[in-house]
Design a protein around this ligand. Sequence first.
Ligand SMILES: [Zn+2]
Length: 631
Amino acid sequence: MKRLIFTQNSLVLLLLIVMLKGCASLVLNYKKSNVIETYIDLNSVENDQLIITLDPEPFPAGEVTFYMPSVIPGTYQYSNFGRFISDVKAFDKKGQPLVVAKEDANTWKIVNGKQLDRITYLVDDTFDSEEGKEVYPMAGTKIEKDEVYLLNLHAMVGYFKGGKEWAYRVTIDSPTDLVPFSSMESASHTATQDVFLADRYFNIIDDPILYTNDDSVSFTLDDIEVNLAVYSPKGVHKATDFKETLEEMMQAQKRFLGNANTTKSYDILLLLMSMEELQHYGGMQGALEHHTSTTVTFYEGLETDSLKEYLVDVVSHEFFHTLTPLNVHSEQVHYFNYNEGVMSQHLWMYEGTTEYFANLFQVQQNIIDEDNFYGRMSDKISRAKRFNDNMPFTEMSTNIVDEPYQANYQNVYYKGALINMCLDIIIREQSGGTRGFLNVMQALAKKYGVDTPFTDNKLFDEIISMTYPEVGAFIETYIQGETPIPYKNYLEKAGVTISETEKKLQSIIMIDPRTPFIAPKPNKAGSMDLAVKGLNNRLEEIGFQKGDLIRVFNGTEIPELSQENMGALNMLFGASFSWLPEQKVTFEVERDGERITLGGTVGIAVSPAKGITALEDATPAQIALRNAWLH
Ligand SMILES: [Zn+2]
């Protein structure tokens, strides 16, 4: 997953794909094992709710337990998808209702299981339900009759106790003018009905389906077929807008990965959100990885160029998940526990290696230059500082679904990537430049692959035996240990250093890349004021002081701070992001009970930052290591 306030994820299913779609032998295979007949009618939507019917094979005896997942791969949080289903009913063969007891948020029991023929329930979408805010949009469902359906089936279809390995035949009746995009095996397709086959419950989660108007493009990367489907509510963005950028980028990724990639096809499902939806999710955008697809959700109002940049960022990350965890993962990932958070200690790899490679390939393949790459790594160093730098990464990983670990999750994209950068430099140094961390991952992918998990607590020993004692020392001290990484020591091996520098801020109202200069402050009248809590060079020049209460912002009186005015306030302050440096601006603040007018030009606001730069007096050995690392 990759989230931008954002997210990501990953996983397995090659056997199915090798077979021709809808071939007879495939159907036979399905008859051999248990198959859950699953029905969804997209035409019968009421209040954005759908009816789901699951018809399993008869149960021999006893009580039947039905689960909705609580945790799904790639999200590293409890989502409790049970909260989106209601009115769960069970029926016997004659259509007579059976008693259903709800055990907990995600569990239902049918006492007289032997009589059970089928269960039905209503499912709500996450895009406009209050509870839906709590899950990631890229892992959510959107049900908008005759317009668009984002079916992340883990929020719609559950599994039976003992039945995680049972197959599903998913029959979906759909409006005639919408077409499905999915990496799930298709058994048949007509204008009004699709039948999909899921090998096991895992595939229900791993293969989301997007029903939309037919806006898609395809291209091939050697033997991988890539499809991009786009839903843009106002029709602002088209799939063709992104084809060239994505194709170029993914070609470079394929070159970088070499034969470590065995995926046959890859689907990118891009659902663009309205401002209302973006706010519903608290600004969350991003993507969730799957073995042969990714679901991407972004704000539709982004300019095409920004959207391209974001797409490159998240799709490159998601596509590299085909390396890990798809081809290199532990038992905890392979036999995923959907209802208890049983996690692997190797998030430093699943997310960290993925994120690091998503940046490294760009400099190696000449998509970005060295300075750009250094900028990205120094940004990660700055961002990593906002998290607990003494929390061992392995401990965080194992406990990631619970606090205080969950609050540090985002650090997998920052410190997680930097861990890999250091390992890469160590291996380059020790091997005289001939090997890097990618070689280690390629070897692991070859050894394990899609179907064979490694033992969680054996991986480090294996990596050390493939590399050098220095790698072992690093793992022990900085991945398993509490010691913060001295990045400078590793970078200097490659003739690169960290120094103090300044970073241009995107707006004058920011004091660092993530913090605005104002914050709500309760007043005596029982409401809130907006008070200045920090300054940057421009705000100081204009005359702001800490503690000032903002009354007028560039000509507009500040409205009362209330839920209803949030949109207006966002618009008001958001406008500052497009101000030009030479533009004149005025403000009114209240200071010690007096109104004061302030004004000046916008200029260029900066914040202090760490910068990574090449050492001017680097030795030939340092330069050689740097070249081996980045080129
Ligand atoms: Zn990810």
